[in-house]
Design a protein around this ligand. Structure first.
Ligand SMILES: [Zn+2]
Length: 248
């Protein structure tokens, strides 16, 4: 018999059979994997608590011929603060959509998983604006996954000035204020000094300092537009879960 012991977070559950479900877990060692939870929809199942979406736990999985099945699960962090708050839950669903897009089966993605867990912790327990946490998560997640924008030097002339003036989505990076550089991409989006510094921080800061900054509402809106568009253009799809917040 083949068992796999791993920590992971449940990001999706689908009902199957009379009382079973299939869950998707993002694990430390194996990347993304699917596992059957026998009887997992029965309220008194010993596996029901640990197999719910956003539950981070210690799993023992049995490797069957086609699918893993969950043998046991010890809850480490249930993220109750998120699950009991419809607004936080909507932000978490947006983060989940993004990690599901970026983490593949059997491809460990420890940095992305850490970012996801840290972002959920911030959403659950900090007083940080959820829009700021979201922008940090979006830009850092695509950067970790190989789509980092170039924010160390001007994309047109290669100089590294104190301050950058615009972001070129076409060239995936900053432009400086030299006329030739501004003209390099007519569709580049103007950036305030605060926004360009925040973008550099999000791409390069060590994980433990990643969330330690604040922004005015104005700069935050600017950053949010930039990171959302960058995410959409790099991953070539819309992420629409946050639209729900406009309806409530
Ligand atoms: Zn330049």
């Amino acid at each position: 018999m083949s068992f796999l012991k791993t920590e992971g977070i449940v990001v999706k559950e689908v009902s199957t059979g009379e009382a079973d479900k299939i869950i998707t877990i993002l694990t430390r060692g194996q990347g993304r994997l699917s596992a059957l939870v026998k009887g997992g929809r029965r309220p008194r199942s010993r596996l029901s608590a640990g197999s719910q979406v956003l539950c981070y736990g210690d799993f023992v999985l049995y490797k069957g011929r086609e699918l893993y099945s969950v043998n046991s699960c010890e809850v480490i962090e249930p993220f109750y603060e998120i699950r009991n708050d419809v607004v936080k839950l909507t932000y978490a669903a947006h983060f989940t959509d993004i990690v599901l897009e970026l983490i593949q089966e059997n491809q460990p993605a420890p940095r992305l998983l850490s970012l996801f867990l840290n972002s959920l912790h911030m959403l659950a327990r900090s007083s940080r604006d959820p829009d700021l946490i979201t922008s940090i998560f979006e830009l850092r997640a695509v950067s970790i996954s190989g789509y980092a924008p170039n924010v160390e030097a001007c994309m047109a002339c290669g100089a590294a000035p104190e301050r950058y003036y615009s972001f070129s989505f076409r060239n995936c990076g900053f432009l400086c204020d030299r006329p030739a550089c501004i003209g390099h991409d007519g569709s580049a989006v103007p950036l305030s000094a605060g926004a360009s510094r925040a973008i550099q921080h999000i791409v390069y800061a060590p994980m433990k300092e990643l969330f330690s900054f604040g922004l005015s509402r104005e700069v935050l809106d600017e950053i949010a537009r930039t990171t959302r568009r960058y995410l959409r253009e790099r991953l070539e799809r819309e992420f629409s879960k946050l639209d729900f917040l406009k309806e409530i």
